[in-house]
Write a protein that binds this ligand. Structure first.
Ligand SMILES: *[C@@H]1O[C@H](CO)[C@@H](O)[C@H](O)[C@H]1NC(C)=O
Ligand SMILES: *[C@@H]1O[C@H](CO)[C@@H](O)[C@H](O)[C@H]1NC(C)=O
Ligand SMILES: *[C@@H]1O[C@H](CO)[C@@H](O)[C@H](O)[C@H]1NC(C)=O
Ligand SMILES: *[C@@H]1O[C@H](CO)[C@@H](O)[C@H](O)[C@H]1NC(C)=O
Length: 468
């Protein structure tokens, strides 16, 4: 594509991990001015859909009001690329059925004048219901600050205040729904995420016996900085042993390392380790979320030396991903999808946990949740929302598998992003597709000495990486 420059193809050996997917490539970002143009194009498409969205949810108007630095969560999905915050009081009224060609009004004003003019518009349009983002449980529908709600009520007066309603799906659907034109960039960001993981999980970054898990995490952070990308969470690299990712139902969250202990270097990576990474990128107003596995080969070893028990665990994880994806029917609730998925997993003898989330404007974005790590019987409120079309999801789960070579049951945590298949016919069997691909083989860290003797092609491509 015009603005994407292929910087590097990955070494053939590394690319083997991506069977079932194209070879991951680093994609550079266009100049900021071009990024703004692209992003504003997406936002314009989304804004144009608001009247229909309001009609779908049977509400006549939507009022989003905020002050500088106390923005509504929805603001970040409504703003233009050149806006870095709200200014003064920034108030927008969207209309389902405008009597004029204007279907929204925005004021940036801190005086009484704003309310007078807003009431004039309300007098003309006479909406019976005005949605405001005041839901107590759903972040994306609760962005109206408490003090701002007081100001709105005072500004509107009793008559209009009586018409305020909470319609949480308006903000959820607005933030969750992705224009088709965005999918191509999402694919590129996902390709970049895979490329970073593929390089991090290779002998180019990891020297067994020397490199620690924290070294790999910080290498990934620095790589993102070089690419002019950022992220929405610090990468997490772990060595999977019997204790890793083994949590009971009672735990409310996974125990993580102490975030304030920057002197903790993490364990040293050794031959024979199975590695796991949780990694996401942020760029162009989009976020990704990926979890992959790698195996550290001993000197002279090849893919054929990866213990079969580990390969079977990954395969079982892939099967669980397919099961969850197959149950993701639009209109079903996340809790229904969770229940059906776990039931089928159980019937196929797969022990595991499912905790999928929407992704896009936010890493954990708006929409229904399909489980949480500790909530396998359903997620209150968020799990009861319906699954929406035209959205992106992270298929995030783990399976437990007994690995004879380790004489232990290990967790295989995996995560891969999917997007709505915008090209599908109405009765297409598959509604979703992998945003980039799905890991079906281990990334491999070879011993450096054997890698050098492998092929000239590899050296050539490695050189391309160094040009970064
Ligand atoms: C908007 O107008 C259309 C056509 O007049 C009507 O069918 C629809 O119910 C209206 N929607 C709302 C939210 O008022
Ligand atoms: C990152 O941005 C800088 C400054 O605009 C630019 O010189 C550099 O080429 C960019 N790097 C990549 C990999 O896009
Ligand atoms: C894994 O968790 C189970 C249940 O909490 C516990 O019984 C078991 O000892 C744990 N295994 C390891 C190796 O920590
Ligand atoms: C495998 O582990 C079990 C208990 O965790 C132990 O009783 C058994 O002796 C182990 N087997 C081998 C071959 O080490």
């Amino acid at each position: 594509m015009f603005f994407s420059i292929l910087l590097a193809a990955l070494a053939a050996g590394i690319a083997q991990a991506s069977v079932g997917a194209p070879t991951p490539e680093y994609h550079t970002l266009p100049p900021l001015r071009e990024q703004a143009k692209i992003r504003d194009g997406w936002t314009r498409e989304r804004l144009a859909g608001i009247p229909n969205l309001l009609q779908k949810h049977s509400v006549d108007a939507w009022l989003v009001s905020q002050k500088e630095y106390a923005e509504d969560t929805a603001f970040w999905s409504l703003k233009s690329a050149e806006q870095f915050s709200a200014r003064r009081r920034t108030t927008t009224l969207f209309l389902a059925n405008s009597s004029t060609s204007k279907d929204s009004y925005t004021w940036v004003d801190i005086s009484q004048n704003l309310w007078d003019e807003l009431r004039d518009v309300l007098d003309t349009e006479n909406p019976n219901t005005i949605a405001v983002n005041t839901h107590p449980q759903i972040a994306f529908s609760s962005g109206l600050h408490a003090g701002e709600l007081d100001a709105v009520k005072e500004g509107l007066g009793k008559e209009w205040t009586a018409r305020l309603v909470s319609k949480p799906m308006v903000a959820v659907e607005y933030i969750a729904t992705m224009p088709a034109s965005r999918a191509e960039w999402y694919h590129r960001l996902q390709s970049t995420a895979w490329a970073v993981i593929s390089e991090a999980f290779s002998e180019r970054v990891i020297q067994p016996g020397v490199t620690t898990t924290k070294d790999v995490e910080w290498w990934m952070r620095d790589k993102l900085q070089q690419l002019n990308y950022t992220t929405w969470f610090h990468p997490d690299v772990t060595i999977i042993d019997a204790a890793a990712w083994n949590f009971s139902v009672e735990t409310s969250s996974l125990a993580g390392p102490s975030v304030l202990d920057s002197s903790d270097n993490g364990p040293v990576i050794s031959h024979g380790d199975m590695l796991h990474v949780d990694f996401g990128v942020t760029a162009m107003g989009l976020n990704t979320d990926t979890q992959h596995l790698a195996y550290v080969l001993g000197p002279g070893e090849t893919e054929a030396d990866i213990p079969q028990g580990l390969i079977d665990g990954l395969r079982k994880g892939n099967r669980a991903q397919d099961i969850v994806k197959s149950h993701m029917e639009v209109g079903k609730t996340g809790n229904e999808i969770l229940k059906a998925s776990l039931k089928q997993m159980k019937s196929e003898g797969i022990e595991g946990r499912v905790y999928c989330h929407p992704i896009g404007d936010w890493g954990h974005s708006a929409g229904t949740l399909i489980g949480m790590t500790n909530l396998q019987d359903g997620v209150p409120v968020l799990g009861d929302l319906p699954l929406l079309s035209n959205t992106y999801y992270s298929i995030e789960l783990l399976v437990r598998h007994f690995v004879p070579e380790r004489n232990a049951t290990l967790s295989f945590p995996l995560e891969e992003d999917i997007t709505w298949d915008f090209d599908q016919s109405a009765n297409s069997a598959s509604l979703w597709k992998w945003a980039f691909g799905r890991q079906e083989r281990f990334h491999m860290i070879r011993s450096r000495t054997s890698a050098h003797s492998r092929t000239g092609e590899k050296k050539h491509i490695a050189g391309t990486f160094e040009d970064l």
